[in-house]
Design a protein around this ligand. Structure first.
Ligand code: ZN
Ligand code: ZN
Length: 109
């Protein structure tokens, strides 16, 4: 039985199979796989399975029930942090801001 879900690759926009972890199946030519391989699909925060989170990208910094809010943890990869800022923008209409672990963030989630 095949229950494999499909979703769009966040990098090349190709309709791709998802593996058990809901990550995009490796695709693209051998030796130069698409950078979207083993990554969450388009529309998802970029760093769900990266490990080594260094902070989070959010907007607004402090949760306000009257405004759209998005927040996601990100790894050290600057490219992923850029994707996270854009992901926050798709949710809130405002580009996300990076807050490192050392930045005190008053209990906002
Ligand atoms: Zn791809
Ligand atoms: Zn990442």
């Amino acid at each position: 039985m095949s229950s494999m879900r499909r979703a769009k690759c966040r990098v090349c926009d190709k309709d791709s199979a998802l593996n058990q972890d809901e990550l995009v199946h490796p695709h693209g030519p051998h030796g130069s796989r698409c950078r979207g391989s083993h990554r969450p699909p388009a529309g998802e925060p970029p760093c769900a399975f990266c490990g080594r989170m260094v902070g989070r990208v959010a907007w607004p910094e402090v949760y306000d029930p009257d405004r759209p809010h998005a927040s996601t943890y990100v790894c050290y990869d600057p490219e992923h942090q850029r994707e996270a800022r854009l992901w926050v923008k798709t949710v809130t209409g405002h580009e996300g801001v990076f807050y490192g672990r050392e930045t005190a963030v008053g209990g906002a989630r």
